[in-house]
Design a protein around this ligand. Sequence first.
Ligand SMILES: [Zn+2]
Length: 432
Amino acid sequence: MSMDAVLKEVDSRRDDVVKLVQELIRFKTVNPPGDTSDCAGFIKDYLSERGLKVELYESEKGKVSAVGILKGSGDRRFIWDGHIDVVPIAKPDAWTVDPWEGKIVESRIVGRGAADMKGNVGAAMVAASILSEKDINLRGDLVLAFVPDEETGGYLGTGYLVDKGVLDGDACIVGEFSPFNTLCVGEKGILWLKVKASGIPAHASVKFLGVNAIDMLYKFFEDLYHVEEVDRKLTAEFNKIIDAIQPALKQLESIGFPRELLNNMYRRLSVNVGIVKGGEKVNIVPANAEAEVDIRILPGMDYDQVKKEIDQIRKDYNNKLWEKYPNLKALGIEGITVEETLRFDPSYQKLDAPLILLMKKEIQKITNKEPLLFVHTGGTDARFFRAKGIPTVCYGAGSETPHGANEYVPIDNLIEATKVYALAAMDFLGTA
Ligand SMILES: [Zn+2]
């Protein structure tokens, strides 16, 4: 069957794609706790019935992956990877439809996970089913992985399968949403810190007897935010990527993102204080407070260097505290402590990888437009593959609604993704 015939076949299965995505959305794979066993079991049945060989892997109770293989005749392996866990519904009232129904509204499927990323999971399942049922005879294996835990780090899903050698191959598409039909060739790294402040309790009416840990915390953040103001040295290779994503940044600029903000996004750290807790009662000077901080890091920025800078800020700050509050010093209370709780490396795909040319060509064929390159600001499971040296890009349908209310995927976009996944596998592996 020719590529053109495959494209026609995808068009004829438009309703199948929609129904499948709706079914996937109805599995409440909310993470946490992120139990994917039922959903993975459903995927196993669906793909087995259509001729794929499917195994389930359980890394921890309830963290179940389904890995399907469409056997080909040669040694090459092409991987498609997507997660089946979804984030919780933060504000149910903000939804105008049932988030677990997969309702169709104005040619869009609306529901939790529609954009991130059960839409693309359904697209990949239908693409692989067509290649299997129409006896395409790939000259290598197509491997599809449907994984848990992406929304909480990925170590129990893609990370686990890559470590075990289950997911090994010559190239990989991670089917995350790529904004404006771009092809995503990199992503930022993440550093999470827990910042604790220790003070001295006292009655609010004689607050000079105590040291307020909440005050301490927010004053420390004034100092910490200075790490955002520095332009940082990136790797030469990543600088080339920054050049290559300029057309996409121009597009963002044209819809209202200030240029300076876009530039800073790709040459500076970002610091977000996401959670603050502290205090016991309104009339007590709080002795303890803590916060969680999310820092985004670009390729070429050295984590240890960043941590060293933060540690210096902390030491300078604590010294100032001890000068101001001799009783803290007398009690040996350090003031601010900082602890690392999570670290993801940034990652990127070198631009000369044949996979990038191939994907550009196939996306252009389907959308009639050469895709722009982009770097995800968030983290994806792509980093696990890149760490193993497997060329990896992200491409998928979606919308700017992941994790939000009324999350949706446009059906036309979903059909495009189905076509791109099918053609990319045929092109990369070749057909007999
Ligand atoms: Zn996702």
